[in-house]
Ligand binder design. Structure first.
Ligand code: ADP
Ligand code: MG
Length: 255
């Protein structure tokens, strides 16, 4: 097994009095594809958001390439402070694709795909443009570069969002229910792009309710319930032969 890229230990997240993540240990190695399933409100998005620090963990540590991020205060190991520069580096290495695409409506497809390269990576416009075009081509949108997102279908918008994430050349890609807000006939075109990324051997975490896709896509499946990883295993173990009653009950709702 290759060394983990990302390692999480004892992750807790509270929102006020709501204890959403209740002690999660997790690691992902290069080339792994992890599907995360679980009921609505179980904390799937919160977990992904903690991994790239869009949400700050309440306690626990996250390590990249074996180095724990942030600094714990002396005598208070739970109080970890994260320098902004460090968070920026993590966010460059851990890309995210959202359920609602989150494109900038006032920017063209090409401008959207270039945005992070110019503002975060401080890349020269010409170079950013070239790289953005390459990724847009890859998701089949090379012909839509000058269009505004509002003129695109949901499936096309989500493919722009994927191209934008890819342009940053992240080591890990996080997908948070990337097809949940799409009309059924548009789901396939987005899943095809994700499958293509899987074939390239990319490291990915995917929150999804598309269990059939997850079965073929994932090297590992996690069922999140009650703030913990209730069941973890191969797609066959978790999706076809779950050992936990709770997992079985969840899966039955999809059949
Ligand atoms: P999932 O993605 O599995 O549907 P979420 O991670 O979005 O679940 O949310 C888990 C729980 O945390 C829910 O009860 C949700 O209402 C709550 N929650 C999520 N984000 C916030 C927030 N920023 N402030 C307060 N509560 C939140
Ligand atoms: Mg969610």
């Amino acid at each position: 097994m290759p060394a983990p890229i990302l390692q999480v230990s004892g992750l807790h997240k509270w929102f006020g009095t709501l204890h959403v993540l209740q002690g999660i240990d997790f690691s992902v190695a290069a080339g792994e594809r992890v599907a995360i399933i679980g009921g609505s409100g179980s904390g799937k998005s919160t977990f992904l958001r903690c991994l790239n620090f869009m949400e700050m963990p309440t306690s626990g540590r996250i390590a990249l390439d074996g180095t724990p991020l942030g600094r714990a205060s002396a005598g208070k190991p739970d109080e970890v402070r994260y320098p902004e520069s460090e968070l920026c580096r993590v966010r460059e290495r851990v890309g995210m694709v959202f359920q609602q695409f989150n494109l900038f409506p006032h920017m063209t497809v090409l401008e959207n795909a270039m945005e992070g390269l110019v503002t975060v990576k401080r890349m020269k416009k010409a170079e950013a443009r070239e790289r953005a075009l390459r990724e847009l081509d890859k998701v089949g949108l090379g012909g839509k570069t000058d269009v505004y997102p509002g003129r695109l279908s949901g499936g096309q918008q989500q493919r722009v969002a994927i191209a934008r994430a890819l342009a940053m050349e992240p080591e890990i890609l996080l997908f948070d229910e990337p097809t949940s807000s799409l009309d059924p006939e548009l789901v396939g075109e987005v899943l095809r792009v994700i499958r293509q990324l899987a074939e390239e051997g990319r490291t990915m975490l995917l929150v999804t309710h598309e269990l059939g896709f997850a079965y073929h896509f994932a090297t590992k499946v996690i069922f999140l319930a009650d703030g913990v990883f209730h069941e973890v295993g191969t797609p066959d173990e978790v999706l076809k032969h779950p050992r936990q009653e709770r997992t079985r009950a969840f899966l039955e709702r999809f059949t």
